[in-house]
Design a protein around this ligand. Sequence first.
Ligand SMILES: *Cc1c(COP(=O)(O)O)cnc(C)c1O
Length: 395
Amino acid sequence: MREKSPENWRLATRLVRGGQQRTSFCETSEALFLNSGYVYESALEAEQSFDGTRERYVYSRFRNPTVSVFEERLALVEGAEVCRATASGMAAVHAALFCQIRAGDRVVAARALFGSCSWILGDLLPRFGVEVVFVDGVDLSQWEAALAKPTRCVFIETPSNPTLEIIDIQAVAALTHAAGGRLIVDNVFATPLLQRPLQLGADIVVYSATKHIDGQGRCLGGAILCEAAFLNDILGPFLRHTGPCMSPFNAWVLLKGLETLELRVSRHVANAERIANFLAEQVTIAKTLYPGLASHPQYDLAKRQMSGGGAIVSFVLREGKAQAFRVLDRLNLVDISNNLGDAKSLITHPWTTTHQSRSAEEKLQMGISEGLLRLSVGLEDVEDLITDLRQALSA
Ligand SMILES: *Cc1c(COP(=O)(O)O)cnc(C)c1O
């Protein structure tokens, strides 16, 4: 056996090799275990596998070798003790919340959230007798007021979708802990490369691996990263018995996504910076939102807690929905799609798509106006993207 010390590996090495366990066939790439069950040498071995005296795979709803490689690799990249993969980003968000919440608990969340996260917090949790308080995530005084009472859990997304608000993770983590709670950060927009919430005091990080981790529009996936004790005592039993597990095939695709993540994210960020600067100069655009632009309201905070602005640029057209639809319909290269983090540049009108389920009042409170477009900048040549945006905006 060659010596392996992944803890000494730098990031790019972890992304390419983390967690790999070769089988006796000595394959180069990660093996794909498309099996649901496992067999035992003896009845005793089966018994011991269930009573916990023997650690091994017993059923792919619990663990699967291909999924385990993905989990170990992402944990190494994130600097987390453990990771569990889920079928989608929403399965990760749902499990991270529901595994620890009981009737009568209090949850505080930032208002600016991905549409389905907003539904889980605003519509689903209250059905089970959980008090959910929403705050303006960029206003620390609102966090202080909301977290003056004991709170089980805090949920934030930073940068937020689609308005790219930046929340001070370190400050909110300190307030959460003082209120006796755990901080969950949805880190999708930042990717594991641009922001490390656990190092800033967060307790749990969730991802939609569907986005940049796959990054090529192929499959759904999600992940939860946390401490081993939280996994063993709270999250693990919930996952085992409710079954939001990731398919081994998707884990295998997503492992390949991790191998190129650093290359792709650096290109995404370089392209997005160029495009944000281009959009900021256009007279038909009232506002361009990008954490890497000096005009961003939380630019200094973004610089402090992120190492790049990300792949998403949002902008507000002066003439509202009619103009937004005109621009979308005139684009030739950029596709109209509500997905993001893809190699292909994708654009959406959040008011009528991702946030359609929210009322007009809620959308406006989240900073989503009818003229807002969210552009997920892809890996194409940035000059081609700018040419396409220029002709669509000039209509
Ligand atoms: C896409 C997304 C999710 C949900 O992920 P799925 O893989 O689509 O279930 C959650 N949070 C954010 C910020 C997202 O962008």
